[in-house]
Ligand binder design. Sequence first.
Ligand SMILES: Cc1cc2nc3c(=O)[nH]c(=O)nc-3n(C[C@H](O)[C@H](O)[C@H](O)COP(=O)(O)OP(=O)(O)OC[C@H]3O[C@@H](n4cnc5c(N)ncnc54)[C@H](O)[C@@H]3O)c2cc1C
Length: 310
Amino acid sequence: MATAAYLSKYFKRITIIESDDVLNDVFMKSTPSEILDYRCRLESPTSLGRSGVSQIYQLHGLQGEGYKILLELFPQLKDKLFNEYDVRTYSLKTDLRLAASGIILNQDLTEDFDWLGIDRFTLEIVLRREFCLKFSNQVEWKCNSRVTELIVDRSLNIVKGVKYRSKKNTGSSSLEIYGDFIIDCTGHNTSSPKWLKEKFNLIVPTIQIHYGCGYVTCIGERFRTGDPSLDSVAVIGSSVNSPENNFGFIITPMRTIDTTDHDSLGILATLAINCVNSEYPPNDSYENLLEWAKENLDQEYYAVLKSIKV
Ligand SMILES: Cc1cc2nc3c(=O)[nH]c(=O)nc-3n(C[C@H](O)[C@H](O)[C@H](O)COP(=O)(O)OP(=O)(O)OC[C@H]3O[C@@H](n4cnc5c(N)ncnc54)[C@H](O)[C@@H]3O)c2cc1C
C-alpha cells in the first residue's frame, strides 16, 4: 500500500493484485474494539481471510523513518490512530529502554524519534481503510487473486504484465493484465526469482541463511513491577547478540487503556521473545514461558513478564 500510495504521484491508474480477501467486512467495517478482539482472541488470520502474511500477529518494530513516510503518505493516519484506536507515540529518548549486551542504547541519542505503539494487525487494517478513502478513484484492487506468471517480451527484455487467477473460481482460466511499471510486493515468498529464471534465464543472486530463529508473541496488560526504571518506560527491549546471547526480549504498547487499578500502567502491550541459533522459547503456555524466562533472561525482563496479565 505504501508503494502504491507513493506511485500515485506518478501514475494515473494503479492496480493491486492481492491474493487475500483484504477488503472483506472484517477488515473494512469492524470497530476498533472488534479489531482488538480479533487480535486478542487469537482468531487465526487465515480464518479472517488473511493467510498471505503469516507474521501479521508477530511483534513488529516500525523504523522511525518508516513512520514518517506513512504520515506523509497518509496525513490523517495519526489523528485516526490516536482518536479512535487509543494509540499513541513514545519518545525514543525518554519512554524507551533498549539495551544490547546490557548497555542502554537510546539514552544518549542526539535526536529524538517517535515510536508508534501499535500492533501490525491493527496498523495494516487502518492503513488500508485510509488508503481506500484516499485513492478510491485511482487504485483498483483485485482481491482473492493470485499472480501466477509473468508476461514478457524476450526480444525487448521486458516484463509487460502478469497472469493472475481468481481464488474463488478455482477452475477458471487465468486472466492477463498489462502495465507500464510492475512491482512485485509479494514479500518473502516471492516467486519472481523463479519466474525471471524461467522467462529470461536470469539468475537473481540469492543467499539462503539458516539462523534458526524462534519468536513467541503475547498480548497483555502491564502492571507495576515495583522497579521505577522499568515501570516508567513504555518500551523495553534487549537485542540478541549471538553466539554469547541468543535471546532477545521486547515489549511495546499497542493501545492505551483506561483503568482505575492503581497498579496497572494503563498499557495494553505486545511482547515478544526471540531466539536465534536454533534456540526456541516454549510456546505452549505462559507459565512455561515464564519458567523459561526465569532461567534464560535477565531478571529485570523476567520481572516485566511476571507482572503482565496476558
Ligand atoms: C517473526 C517476524 C518478525 C518480524 N519483525 C519485523 C520487525 O520488527 N520490523 C520490520 O520492519 N520487519 C519485521 N519483519 C519482516 C516483515 O514482516 C517483512 O519484511 C514485511 O512484512 C514485508 O512486507 P511486504 O509488504 O514486502 O510483504 P508482506 O507483508 O509479506 O505482504 C505480501 C503481500 O502479497 C500477497 N501475496 C503473496 N503472494 C501473492 C501472489 N502470488 N499474488 C498476489 N498476492 C500475493 C500477500 O497476501 C500479502 O498481502 C518480521 C518478520 C517476521 C517473520
